[in-house]
Design a protein around this ligand. Structure first.
Ligand code: PLP
Length: 253
């Protein structure tokens, strides 16, 4: 059985972070490993508080796990501290891990800051050069590039700039665009993934999309095919979403 590892935040509401990643891995037939980089207090209405895990303890979780199992792919989500970015990057290099997916989590849909001030710079310098693919949404792409990303043209400019940090592929997800939900993929050439925008607010969409890509890469699926299949997977799980609380909807695998 293929194995995928997520280094991400713990979401008690079950819609994002580690919980979402493991559900996606399981539903795509992949054995999931998870290392907590932060614990959050949140419900379907939003994130209230965050306890970042001490970087030394993140390193401990990773080294104990990797002394026993080797993941076929690895995803990073909410890392929170720049030191944790450096720790993840060092580990990826030390074990020559492949199929690296980074969802550069910076803020929640509800507006809560999910990372330190130095996080964007650390990700660009230390993690992006090791990545197979990075999956910022338009807000994250704006913070990472300093551009105001909300049109096709600005998505293209941001994707080119982000690719210059070294990832093999950049996907700027368009779920927060007004009008449509088009994702822009740039691997040296532009590809557009069209999507219909569904009514309502959904929690954990970025986590689920990047986790699906991570699972498919673990299976050996070629990158662009993994991206296209993950978009179809998104349509499926968005259509099956549930509303277990009084806030956002949660995708159902
Ligand atoms: N909690 C965790 C642990 C996350 O990783 C994320 C996003 O990546 C969120 C909350 C926010 O999710 P959303 O913006 O979809 O509500």
């Amino acid at each position: 059985m293929k194995i995928a590892l997520t280094i991400a935040g713990f979401d008690p509401s079950g819609g994002a972070g580690i919980q979402a990643d493991l559900k996606v891995f399981q539903s795509l037939g992949i054995y999931g490993l998870s290392v907590a980089a932060a614990v959050t207090a949140q419900n379907t209405r939003g994130v209230t508080d965050i306890l970042p895990i001490d970087t030394q303890f993140i390193k401990k979780q990773l080294s104990v796990l990797l002394s026993d199992m080797r993941p076929d792919s690895l995803k990073t989500g909410m890392l929170y501290h720049e030191a944790s970015v450096a720790a993840a990057a060092r580990l990826i290099r030390k074990h020559s891990l492949e199929n690296i997916v980074t969802d550069p989590v910076l803020t929640s849909s509800s507006g809560k800051k999910l990372g330190s001030r130095y996080l964007p710079d650390a990700m660009k310098k230390k993690l992006f050069p090791l990545c197979t693919v990075i999956t910022p949404n338009i807000y994250e792409a704006s913070v990472l590039t300093g551009l105001d990303v909300r049109t096709n043209a600005s998505m293209e400019r941001a994707a080119v700039q982000l690719k210059s940090f070294g990832p093999r592929c950049v996907i700027i997800t368009g779920g927060h665009l007004k009008g449509n939900a088009m994702d822009l993929v740039y691997d040296g050439r532009f590809h557009v993934l069209k999507g219909r925008k569904l009514k309502g607010d959904y929690h954990g969409t970025g986590c689920v999309f990047s986790a699906a890509i991570t699972a498919l890469l673990a299976q050996g699926t070629p990158l662009l095919e993994a991206v296209r299949k993950s978009k179809l997977f998104m349509n499926r799980v968005l259509n099956k979403s549930v509303r277990p609380g009084s806030g956002m909807k949660i995708l159902a695998m």
